[in-house]
Design a protein around this ligand. Structure first.
Ligand code: IPD
Ligand code: CA
Ligand code: CA
Length: 265
């Protein structure tokens, strides 16, 4: 039997320690490499942070599975038992260029059910946390249940790329939405954008393609405060697959889905 209280204490202490190491790295020179293309960055801190978590998890919980962006985890075909889904630094481009607006993201799943979600804004020392059925918090402050908001009053997050010609979505689909909402934002860290939706700082966030480690924790957080999490077709996200992601306040999610994304319900 898993002792969830003890596990939660361990995650918190590892996250704080990892955050401390990342903050310390601001004083040293980073080793920056590129992955799939010249804008897909990875640093030695991304790798060291994931390595730090995987070492601790393997030592303390040898029977748990790990899915991590930088490859220190396992190759997974299914979610069985307990799985840690880890993005050691979400928003690496911000980490490199701005030294802010990035987060450590950890979702812990029991089978396919998200149990614990952590998104740690390292620079502001803000830990967004949710435990399934027990509420969501930003540090010690409980996050209230999300209420619906109209399109005209909504502030939504999306990357400007999706309203220019691109090969993932017809760019004319989102232009009317951008026109009708109160404002748009783009923070460059999917995990932080999802934490902001959970905290009510943003009303919705949508994007064309994320990996499991980008949304695993955010999904748990948003659902815990009554928000809606789906892909752009309104379908449930599979925490093992890459997909589009569309999250938002109840009501608003439905309106965007049916009126702008033209999904028939
Ligand atoms: C990226 C960020 C970004 C999102 C990208 C992700 P990374 O994660 O979350 O906001 O638009 O799709 O890959 O590479 O910084 O961990
Ligand atoms: Ca990421
Ligand atoms: Ca990352």
């Amino acid at each position: 039997m898993t002792n969830w209280t003890e596990l939660d204490q361990n995650v918190r202490s590892w996250i704080k320690e990892a955050g401390e190491r990342i903050r310390h790295s601001f004083q040293t020179e980073l080793n920056i490499k590129t992955k799939s293309n010249r804008n897909d960055l990875v640093t030695d801190m991304d790798e060291a942070t994931e390595h730090y978590f995987t070492e601790n998890i393997r030592q303390t919980y040898p029977d748990h599975q790990i899915l991590g962006e930088e490859g220190y985890g396992d190759e997974l075909n299914e979610l069985s038992g307990i799985t840690w889904i880890i993005d050691p630094i979400d928003g690496t481009m911000n980490f490199v260029h701005q030294q802010r607006n990035f987060a450590i993201s950890i979702g812990i799943y029991d089978g396919s059910v998200g149990q614990l979600g952590y998104i740690y804004d390292v620079v502001h020392d803000e830990l967004y946390f949710a435990s399934k059925g027990k509420g969501a918090y930003m540090n010690d402050t409980k996050l209230p249940t999300l209420k619906s908001v109209s399109i005209a009053d909504a502030v939504i997050a999306l990357n400007a790329l999706w309203v220019t010609e691109n090969n993932r979505i017809d760019h004319t689909i989102l232009a009317p939405l951008v026109r009708d909402v109160r404002g748009t934002r783009s923070y460059g860290s999917a995990a932080m954008e999802m934490a902001y939706v959970a905290a009510g700082r943003l009303d919705s966030y949508l994007t064309m393609r994320l990996a499991p480690w980008d949304f695993a924790a955010g999904k748990i957080l948003i659902e815990e405060v009554g928000g809606v999490v789906s892909d752009l077709k309104g379908e449930t996200l599979n925490p093992l697959n890459k997909s589009s992601v569309f999250v938002g306040k109840p009501g608003l999610h439905e309106t965007i889905l049916t009126k702008y994304l033209k999904v028939k319900k």
